[in-house]
Each structure stands twice: as structure tokens, then as C-alpha cells.
Design a protein around this ligand. Structure first.
Ligand code: BGC
Length: 731
């Protein structure tokens, strides 16, 4: 391919440096005035690269020819500075030389893999989440990518749904904090001046899929839509997110790909100026939903509702021209959509230099640097939840003479990365076995697999039991393989798969000094381990630095500080189980035999509630005060580290509105802060809840939220440290 000289027209039309972000709208209009109908529609057409598909491929088209004719405005699944350059060169051969946008599902890191987003949520640490996003953005930008299909902001209550791994967990307030942190992390320009577009997805309520089956129907009330699902999307708009992706599901009988209610909210109420991309093929799928008569009608409905770009359904490219000719889509609507796309291309500086993201030297120097790995190790360590630690098994005070490492996930690089990994063919993660060998070079370390993740074969048990008997310490690594959570990976049974729990029980019998590491993309059910294990760390899928993050915690270099971001059910029949439920008139009680909302055969409480997690140290809360001021509700306390280790305490404040215009949840998280205290140290801690956080959507629309409240300070949603009542009025 011969080198392309940056086309003159693009330069004259741009005539601006990247730093001067002046009036891109006018510039876009001047290009639109030159465009044919086909070229305009091309800007709204997004195709996948030939290398990879992340959904069903619908048409076998000659993409090179389409690019050269200006019939493609953006692409996904093209990565690497070389590949993106090649396609950009083709696109620039088109008459108006408009550069392409390259989008990619960078969900938890590009080359340096970070913990899955649900694990990052468990850190309850805004800056950790932001740092992870910033590294992902820098690496992606260096690899030729402009647009990240992240953050995924689907607040989820059903752990059977495989995509809980990509999301922020069950709480809308925390999800909003994560939305802000991720958008800032992704969209801040790096030292090289390269910016990224982030994409808040999936708009909206996708995680409400009935029965936890992916892509399933969602049946949601207006109150739940506004109070549970939409807050993080609004937070993303406030943080200046560049784009949204619509969800596959319907809301109130209308698929999101044409749900005007959603886009009016977005463009009018939230004043969003960026663009909306459909999900993969979702415009065409409106025919399957039974909403659109045919693909042509789907194109008409989607564009008129406000969906800017058609990802891989070919409905826009195939039908918009006729729809404009028939007057079913006005040229004004079409132009407005094209304008949104062109403005983003200006924002990224692509009209100044379409190849500014395509520098192979920078790419090589930017990926998997020591610094990026160090950040990944830090974030991974912050994502590990200590669920149990009996008899002080952890931290290990000295190197064990011998360690039996047991379990199918102890030495599996690919599984450490989890789902949605860009360079998955080249798994380089540090496993637990590798990290233990590095940490304890003088210890005798024996590895026995014991069983596979998902099989009934117990023939490996005996060897595992023997290894456990001989060892001073056992480290068991169990869980899900990387492909057991994620898109289209819903599970009807979320128990720890296969015979792993039986293996664990046999190992505990053989050696009570056993540490269990559970690795998965979702909360699982593991009641026998919960009861019988001496110590349990929930490690999710931690990414490139997984093994090191585990040894950091094991040795006490890091005191665990993560907490449960999504309630862990103790029985399948409880699902959905979540902390911020309503009270009802007859809330469940522990005693049997009365008319309460309990089950007669299983517990109604989760195995581990939202906000739960242990530390190597202990904390005392004193002098908790609640007061109102002009800027909001203030909650203050003296927090003291009363244990033997330095460590973090996650201070959590929940509110309950006692009565009013509509019923409200029994508890809602409204403030949290990770507070680090040295052993013996105490500190005055004050959290402020701005009054706007009290607003809720009730039977009569948005309400201010003034009234009578209980204010809880808790170690989790279930463990209350203190409760105060207060009337919050006149703000
Ligand atoms: C997923 C999106 C993703 C898109 C492109 C879809 O199947 O739902 O989250 O961004 O594919 O890969």
C-alpha cells in the first residue's frame, strides 16, 4: 500500500490544531454541505473488521470497496497501529477523505489486563477505577483505537446474568461514582495529547433481563428505571461522556434501539451532545422483537428515535436512502446525526491528522510497561475480598516450608484474564502458582490440579488429598473458567461448578491450614466452602497481575480492603436478592410460623451482603454525629484502627426514607469512603451527602426527597454500627 499524503481537503476543512476545539459544528456543517446522500449515510454505518466478530455476521460485503466509496464511517474490532493505519488509508481514498473512527471493547484493559469491572467495583475505590481506565485508554490509543465501548453501567441484581462481570454491581449510587471515575479516566488526554471517546452502555435496563437470560425481555416500572438503572447513565452524561450504546432489550414494549423516551431524556433533559451507537445488529433485531415490520422500518424508527450509528445491522446503509426519498426520514434528521459523528472526529483531532493514533513506535513503548503492570497489581490487590479468615490463618507471618497448590485455576493464565480480553490468544497473566514460587523460592511447592472446573471426574482427588496432608499450607484455587461469565454466558445454576466444592471439602479434612481462592466473573454459591473453609479470598478474574495481587494479600503486604459489590445469594431460589429492596407490609423475619415474607424452606438472607468484607485489622467507630448544613447532610465520626495492622476501613452511609409520596428502599448507599489508618491511629472522618442525592422518582415523577430519615453507618448493608433519625427539610 503506498503512503497516503494527508488529503488537502481534509486539511483545509479542518484548518485547526487539536488544542483549538473551536466550533467543530460549523466545520462539520461545511463538510455536510459537500456530501452526497450516500456519503452521509456512510458516516452512520459501522462495520466490524475482518479479523474478529463479537456478534453474528450478517453480510459478506467487500469492505475495502465500501471504505473507498465513503460508505463506512467507523469500524470496530480493528486493533493495532498497523491495521488501523491500513484501513484509514483506504477510507481516505474516498472523495471527501473523511477519516474513520475505530472502536473497541476495551472492558478491563487493553494489553495490560485489569480486574474485571465487577472486581474493580469491589474495591470501592474511585481512584483505582480511574487509574485502571486511564491505563486502558493510553494503551488503546497507542494501538490505534479512538473509541472505547466502556464503561458498562448496567446495575444488576441477578448473578445468573453472565454480564454482571462487566458491570458496577447492584448499587446505583456506587455505579454513578464508577461512571464518573471511568469516564474521566478514559477521556482525559494522555501525555501524548491523545484523547479517547468513552461509551456508556447499555442504554438502558439491559441487566433486568427476566430470569437472568441474556438478551431477554425487560419489564421495568418507571420508578425502577429512573431510580435504579438510569442514575449511572446520567452521571456519565454529567462527566461529559462522548457516546452511548443502546441496549438489546425492550423497555415498555419498545426496543432500546428505537426507544424515543430514552433518547429524548438523553438529548433534551441531560443535554447530551455526543453520539449514540446501536448495539451489534440491534437495529435489525427489532424485526425479531416483533416491533418493526422489516429492516427498512427498523432503520426509520432507530434514526428518528435518535440512534446515530448502526453497528453491523446494515439497516441504515441499505435503507436510509429510500427512506429519505420517501420523506420518512428527513434530510435534516440525517444531517444532525452525521454532524454528531463529524464533531467527534474533530474532537479527536482526526481531521488534522488521521494517523495520529497510528505510531508503531509509540505502540510498542506503551503496552505492558512496568508502570502499567504496577497499576494493574495495585488495582487487583484492591479488588480481592476477604470473606473469611478463621484462627488468623492469614496473613502468613513467615514462609511455609511446604505448600500444596491445588485446583484447576491455580496455574491457568487464560482464566486469570477473564472474559472480554483484547489479546486473549496471548495470555501472559501471572498465575497463583507462579507467584507463590516467586514469593517463596525456598519452600517446597507441589501443584496438583485435583479436578477440572466443570466435570464430574474425581480421579484426581486422591493425589490432591495426599499433597494437602504433606504440606504446611494448602492454597486452593477454584472457580469459573474465563468463558463461564460474560456476554451470552448466563448460567441457570451459579453454584461453584463441577466437583470443585467436594474437592475443597476433602482437602479441608486432610489439612485445616487451607486457604481457598475463588475466581469467577460473578457471585457464586458455595455454602459448604462458606461453612467449612478456614479462610476464603474472593479473587474474581484479576487480570495480568493476578498471582502477584494474591501473594501481596497472603503475605500481608496488602491488607484486604475490598467489599461485596453485589449480594451473594445462598440459594438459587432467592435470586434476585439485593440489599436496597423495599420493606413491604410484612417484611421477612427469622422465626418460622408467622405471616411474614420469609421462605419456609430456605434462608431469605444472602450469603454475603452488599458492602461486606474483612480486614486483617479491626476498627472502632466513636462519636457518630448526623447534622444538616447548607450543602447537605453531614455524617461525622471518629474512626480508630484498633487492631494489629495498618489498613483501610470502608465507611458506608445508608439512608432510609421512612414514609412519603412513594415507598422507598430499606437502605440506600449515599456515601462511602475508603479510610486508611495506621495501626493505633484514629481520625475524624466526615462524609457529606449533597441534598440532590435525596431526589427520587416517585408516583408523581421527580421528588425532592425531603422528610424523615434513618441514617445508618454500617460495616455492610446488613451490619449496622449506628443509626440516627433525622428530619431533612427546607433545603
Ligand atoms: C455487546 C456490546 C459490544 C458490542 C461490540 C455486543 O454484542 O453487547 O457490549 O460493545 O457487541 O462488540
Amino acid at each position: 500500500m503506498k503512503k497516503i499524503i494527508i488529503p488537502l481537503l481534509a486539511l483545509t476543512l479542518s484548518g485547526n490544531t487539536f488544542a483549538q476545539q473551536k466550533d467543530y459544528g460549523q466545520k462539520a456543517d461545511s463538510i455536510i454541505a459537500l456530501m452526497t446522500l450516500d456519503e452521509k449515510i456512510g458516516q452512520l454505518n459501522m462495520l466490524t473488521g475482518n479479523w474478529e466478530a463479537t456478534g453474528p455476521v450478517l453480510q459478506d460485503v467487500n469492505k475495502s470497496e465500501m471504505l473507498k466509496k465513503g460508505l463506512v464511517g467507523s469500524m470496530l474490532n480493528v486493533k493495532g497501529s498497523k491495521n488501523t493505519r491500513q484501513l484509514q488509508e483506504l477510507a481516505l481514498q474516498a472523495r471527501l477523505h473523511i477519516p474513520l473512527l475505530f472502536g473497541q471493547d476495551v472492558i478491563h484493559g487493553y494489553r495490560t489486563v485489569f480486574p474485571i469491572p465487577l472486581a474493580q467495583a469491589a474495591s470501592f475505590d474511585r481512584s483505582a477505577v480511574k487509574d485502571a481506565a486511564a491505563v486502558a485508554a493510553r494503551e488503546s490509543a497507542a494501538a490505534g483505537i479512538h473509541w472505547l465501548f466502556s464503561p458498562m453501567l448496567d446495575v444488576a441484581r441477578d448473578p445468573r446474568w453472565g454480564r454482571v462481570m462487566e458491570g458496577p454491581g447492584e448499587d446505583p449510587y456506587m455505579a454513578s461514582e464508577i461512571a464518573r471515575a471511568m469516564v474521566e479516566g478514559y477521556q482525559s488526554a494522555g501525555p501524548d495529547g491523545l484523547k479517547m471517546m468513552a461509551c456508556a452502555k447499555h442504554f438502558a435496563a439491559y441487566s433486568g433481563a427476566i430470569g437472568g437470560r441474556d438478551y431477554n425481555t425487560v419489564d421495568v416500572s418507571m420508578q425502577t428505571l429512573h431510580n435504579l438503572y438510569l442514575p449511572p447513565f446520567k452521571a456519565a452524561a454529567e462527566a461529559g461522556v462522548a457516546s452511548y450504546m443502546c441496549s438489546f432489550n425492550e423497555i415498555n414494549g419498545v426496543p432500546s434501539s428505537a426507544n424515543k423516551y430514552l433518547y429524548d431524556l438523553l438529548y433534551k433533559d441531560w443535554n447530551f451532545k455526543g453520539l449514540v451507537v446501536s448495539d451489534w445488529g440491534s437495529i435489525g433485531e427489532m424485526v425479531v422483537h416483533g416491533y418493526s415490520k422489516d429492516r427498512k422500518m427498523a432503520a426509520e424508527q432507530a434514526l428518528n428515535a435518535g440512534v446515530t450509528i448502526d453497528m453491523e445491522s446494515y439497516c441504515y446503509i441499505d435503507h436510509l436512502k429510500a427512506l429519505v426519498a420517501e420523506g420518512k426520514v428527513t434530510e435534516e434528521t440525517l444531517n444532525a446525526a452525521v454532524r454528531r459523528v463529524l464533531i467527534q472526529k474533530y474532537e479527536l483531532g482526526l481531521f488534522d491528522d488521521p494517523f495520529r493514533y497510528c505510531d508503531p513506535k509509540r505502540e510498542k513503548a506503551s503496552l505492558l510497561t512496568d508502570e502499567n503492570r504496577a497499576t494493574a497489581r495495585e488495582v487487583a490487590g484492591k479488588s480481592i475480598i476477604m470473606l473469611k479468615n478463621e484462627a488468623g490463618l492469614l496473613p502468613l507471618r513467615k514462609a511455609p516450608a511446604s505448600i500444596a497448590v491445588i485446583g484447576p485455576l491455580a496455574d491457568s493464565k487464560r482464566d486469570m484474564d477473564g472474559n472480554w480480553v483484547i489479546l486473549s490468544h496471548d495470555a501472559i497473566a501471572v498465575t497463583v502458582l507462579e507467584a507463590l514460587k516467586e514469593e517463596y523460592p525456598k519452600s517446597r511447592i507441589e501443584y496438583v490440579k485435583g479436578c477440572d472446573v466443570n466435570s464430574t471426574d474425581k480421579s484426581g482427588f486422591q493425589a490432591a488429598i495426599e499433597a494437602a496432608r504433606k504440606a504446611e499450607l494448602v492454597v486452593l484455587a477454584l472457580g469459573e473458567t474465563w468463558d463461564m461469565s460474560g456476554e451470552a454466558k448466563s448460567r441457570g445454576d451459579i453454584h461453584l461448578p463441577g466437583v470443585q466444592e467436594e474437592l475443597a471439602q476433602a482437602v479441608y479434612q486432610a489439612n485445616p491450614r487451607s486457604l481457598t481462592l475463588l475466581m469467577a466473573g460473578r457471585p457464586m454459591i458455595f455454602n459448604a466452602i462458606k461453612e467449612q473453609a478456614p479462610a476464603v479470598l474472593y479473587c474474581w478474574w484479576l487480570g495480568t497481575e493476578a498471582g502477584h495481587a494474591v501473594t501481596d494479600v497472603l503475605t500481608g503486604r496488602r491488607n484486604p480492603s475490598a467489599r461485596v459489590p453485589m449480594s451473594f445469594p445462598s440459594h438459587l431460589g432467592q435470586i434476585p436478592v439485593y440489599y436496597n429492596h423495599k420493606n413491604s407490609g410484612r417484611p421477612p423475619v427469622d422465626q418460622a410460623g408467622n405471616y411474614s415474607g420469609r421462605y419456609i424452606d430456605i434462608d431469605y438472607k444472602p450469603a454475603y451482603p452488599f458492602g461486606y468484607g474483612l480486614s486483617y485489622t479491626t476498627f472502632a467507630y466513636d462519636n457518630i454525629q448526623v447534622s444538616t448544613a447548607s450543602d447537605g447532610l453531614h455524617v461525622s465520626m471518629t474512626l480508630r484502627n484498633t487492631g494489629d495492622y495498618d489498613g483501610n476501613e470502608l465507611v458506608q452511609v445508608y439512608l432510609q426514607k421512612l414514609w412519603g409520596e412513594s415507598t422507598r428502599p430499606v437502605k440506600e448507599l449515599k456515601a462511602y469512603e475508603q479510610v486508611f489508618l495506621k495501626k493505633g491511629e484514629s481520625r475524624q472522618v466526615e462524609l457529606t451527602i449533597p441534598y440532590k442525592e435525596l431526589a427520587y422518582y416517585g408516583q408523581n415523577g421527580w421528588q425532592k426527597g425531603d422528610g424523615d430519615y434513618k441514617v445508618y453507618v454500617g460495616r455492610s448493608a446488613a451490619e449496622v454500627v449506628d443509626m440516627k433519625e433525622i428530619s431533612i427539610v427546607n433545603f
